[in-house]
Design a protein. Structure first.
Length: 595
């Protein structure tokens, strides 16, 4: 099994995704959706939890791997004493059923291949009933069933499937795994070669819409493909990551389930997509949002299931030992019950961006926005858990207050610029009241910096977002002072921590965590806009250098060990890459204003 988070590549069908290791093993796959129970869960345990390894017999790590052009078709290459072989892995965009397609291609000589398929449903907990008939097998457990088809012989050993076969130069051997509901007739499995053609055509057609051709175009293209892969094609929901419980500290307990739609993360994702020309995704997410938040705006949650469901209870899977012994393994997320006031502002900001990109405001949509702001007007003075989902006491977080200001500001702009109806004078007064409050209680004049929360000595990397949302100009001395303070106090070994996790102002959790990748991109943005362009470029290039050989970024990074940490691929990280690459392609604020 692969031993590091960066050892994994991603394939997906726009409704779920799989992680493929450098050894040719699929160690994570949830079927039929991102948030369904995993049928391959050895990522979080051992091989007994389910996996599918396809590689030369006796081989270890591959010789090399890459994506085919700008697609999610993964090609893994092995050189052996007897020859060379390539395994092509993909999940074609979903038709009736989810398919995992693996094609073994002989490149040179004749190579003996070995396939070991161990299906274990419900996160490795349920052993399926297995039936084998030559090149076809079915595995059934509860509501789930899987069909495996291939022209080579399948051998059964208990509840495991094995295949041993030779592949010579020029030969291609397909293997296809198809999921279906156990009470339905087995579907016709995808034709592997047709699926490959369709998948390549889909991704090539999608990336051709991109409006960016700057200095870091390959990294931007890969990040946008990742973001698209994390978007559910049916509901329009966007998951924060494809995995659960990959640790923020190896051996620690900061292990969370990210296979849900955070309104904040999805808002950032849509902003990145709108900025690069992807309007259809924004329309789909706006429709998802209006469905999810229907009802009382006071009941707005920070996250939802992909279908908009509200209940996401958190529990622990005690039969899984966790990635490198990092336990517990959690499914669901108790943070869904937290109050994070910034989310109301994030939603209003995203709907504002939709208007500025030509998406007309519907009567229903405007009614929802008015209700959201009216709720903010009543609650913005209250403490909350903040952007980072603190599990300690609620505080008056500066970022939360500023996003309440954003909500009021965008609604004022909707009346002023777009001609919709609303009590604009009252909203202007609310906007000013919040602004004055933050500048009075959230700013440390002696240190010349905004603080993490009112009357705090701590800092928060989210303060770097204050000028991005227009709360103050980039060249305001208070903003420059905040950037400098974060550089002194939160940058460690060249990477930005979210905040100090220990001490009286910590997050209420045990253990430590790595540097948050998105925060490094925010720091590069800030350096660029206050006129320190060389430093900004250096920080940006150092950060994109954290990506693995396939261009994938996780949530965090440990500069001491040089390892990725947290769930992968992380939407927040890839959004930061896209946004900062676009910013650094323009002129810094200081230079723009001097012309």
């Amino acid at each position: 099994m692969a031993s590091r988070i960066e050892d994994y590549g991603l394939i997906g069908d726009l409704q779920t995704a799989a992680l493929v290791g450098v050894d040719g093993s699929i160690d994570w796959l949830c079927l039929p959706r991102f948030d369904s129970p995993a049928c391959f869960a050895s990522l979080l345990g051992d091989h007994d939890a389910g996996h599918w390894r396809l590689a030369p017999d006796g081989a270890g790590r591959c010789s090399s791997r890459q994506y085919r052009d700008d697609t999610l078709v993964l090609e893994t290459f092995w050189e052996t004493d007897d020859g060379a072989v390539r395994v092509i892995d993909l999940m074609p965009p979903r038709g009736r059923a989810a398919d995992v397609v693996r094609i073994v291609e002989g490149v040179r000589g004749t190579v003996r291949m070995r396939s070991h398929l161990r299906l274990r449903f419900d996160y490795g907990h349920v052993l399926p009933w297995l039936e084998v008939d030559r090149g076809c097998a079915t595995a059934v457990a509860g509501p789930d069933a899987v069909l495996v088809t291939t022209p080579v012989a399948l051998e059964r050993d208990g509840a495991d499937l094995y295949s041993h076969f030779d592949v010579s130069a020029g030969q291609r051997v397909p293997m296809v795994l198809t999921h279906y509901r156990a009470w339905e007739p087995a579907p016709i499995a995808a034709d592997a070669e047709d699926a490959l053609i369709d998948t390549v055509e889909f991704w090539n057609g999608w990336i051709d819409q991109l409006r960016y051709d700057g200095r870091w175009a390959p990294a931007v293209r890969r990040s946008l493909i990742v973001l698209k892969a994390l978007t559910d094609a049916v509901t329009g929901g966007i998951v924060a990551a494809a995995t659960t419980s990959l640790p923020e500290q190896i051996g620690g307990s900061r292990n969370w389930d990210y296979r849900f739609c955070w309104l904040r993360d999805a808002s950032f994702t849509l902003q990145a997509m709108l900025g690069t020309g992807y309007v259809e995704e924004a329309k789909a997410w706006r429709a998802w949002l209006l469905r999810a938040v229907a009802g009382d705006p006071a009941d707005l949650q920070i996250m939802y299931a992909l279908d908009g469901s509200r209940r996401i209870p958190e529990s622990e899977l005690d039969w899984l030992g966790g990635f490198e012994g990092s336990s517990p393994v959690r499914i669901g997320n108790a943070a869904s019950e937290q109050r994070q006031l910034d989310v109301w502002g994030e939603v209003l900001e995203t709907l504002h961006m939709a208007r500025t990109h030509g998406m007309a405001t519907t009567e229903e949509g405007w009614t929802v926005q008015v209700a959201l702001l009216e709720h903010l007007a009543q609650t913005w003075r209250e403490p909350d858990n903040g952007l980072w989902e603190m599990r300690g006491p609620q505080r008056h977080f500066v970022h939360s207050k500023v996003l309440a200001w954003v909500g009021a500001d965008r609604m004022v702009k909707a009346v002023e610029r777009d001609g919709v109806d609303g009590p604009v004078e009252r909203w202007r007064a609310l906007r000013q009241e919040i602004h004055d409050d933050v500048c009075t209680y959230g700013f440390d004049a002696e240190r010349n910096t905004f603080t993490q929360f009112y009357d705090s000595q701590g800092l928060d990397a989210a303060l770097l977002l204050l000028p991005q949302v227009g709360f103050l100009p980039w060249d305001d001395p208070r903003i420059v002072g905040t950037v400098d303070a974060i550089g002194r106090e939160l940058v460690r070994d060249g990477f930005v921590m979210r905040y100090r996790a220990d001490g009286d102002e910590g997050d209420g959790l045990t253990g430590q965590e790595g540097a948050f990748v998105a925060c490094n991109f925010w720091y590069a943005d800030a350096l660029w806009e206050i006129g320190r362009a060389d430093e900004a470029t250096e920080v940006f290039e150092r950060t994109i250098g954290l990506a693995n050989d396939l261009g994938l970024l996780s949530e965090e990074y440990d500069p001491r060990t040089g390892r990725q940490l947290g769930n992968v691929p992380q939407a927040f990280s890839h959004v930061g890459l896209v946004t900062t690459a676009r910013r650094l392609a323009g002129e810094p604020k200081a230079k723009r204003e001097s012309v």
